[in-house]
Design a protein around this ligand. Sequence first.
Ligand SMILES: [Zn+2]
Length: 368
Amino acid sequence: MMNEEIPDLNAFDDASLNAAFGELERQARNADGEINSEAAVEAFRLKWLGRKQGLLNEVSSRWLKAAPVEARKALGIRFNALKAVVDGLLEAALGSGPSDAALAAEAIDITLPGTRRLTGAEHPITRTLNEITRVFAALGYSVGVGPEVETDYYNFECMNFPPGHPARDTQDTLVVAGQERKPLRDRLLLRTHTSPVQMRTMEAQPPPVRIVIPGKVHRNDAADATHSPIFHQVEGLCVDTNITFSDLKGTLDHAMKALFGSSVKTRFFPSFFPFTEPSADVQISCIFCGGKGCRKCKNSGWIELLGCGMVDPAVFAFAAEKQPGYDPKKISGFAFGMGVERIAMMKYGISEIGSFYAGDMRFLGQFA
Ligand SMILES: [Zn+2]
């Protein structure tokens, strides 16, 4: 196929070659102003360098083949020069690159802050619960867990709250409906304390026992600034031969110092719990005023923090039904229980117990 834009070449002397290649170079340079878009650049490339119908291909096949041997070198030099001109024009057209507007649209501002992923953190209740657990783990205690939906037997009866005992009224809770036909001891309720796990642990293993029991408990308490119908406890149980009240005092004194600082003092007051005898309330010296007296401790210098006592022989008698090793004549033990929310509120200066459960990120973010 003849290409009309290729001039005729009738002789192969220098003058004729110069004229013919000069004409082609002029054509190429004339097109320069028009190759200003992507499509135009591609059209120019196809016109000159296309494999099938490109002008340079045509020139090569028409002129080079027709040229006598002695003229081929001169023709080749001019051909390569013309190709260099075409390549140069293409390169220049491509080099001008995309428009400023296109660049601006794709621009990335590397000075902008990146996308930050929120890091997870322990909830203050979980954190406090773990802190308490760690203190006792260091003393050789293991961790026990038990069901939150518990039977009347484990929650009350075996903890020495017999049916009709007035202490049951202080731990009113939600009961599962439709169980009237069951014997009282088998009826299900939401546990009011973690103490049932004491019995479940003793039934599962002979003495000695050293265990802490963290967990969620439920009571029919009206919610206010310091009470919630759902809260958390850490319970502790230690059973062995020759466990005395001194061991209990020493253990809790150490634990309170580990949790609140070595300058904290403890003192014990007589109290009542059905499952311990004798029972005591434990106070620590006020961590806010150091014992001088302030608003937080109601000017007493002391803050009541947990309950404890020596395990009541009646509780061991229940355990001995399945594990004879819990003979109250041969072994003794102590138990204690503390509210996790109360300790967390003191440690972190939180005044509303509801803050723990509201899921407000502004509150929770402080613990990240
Ligand atoms: Zn105080």
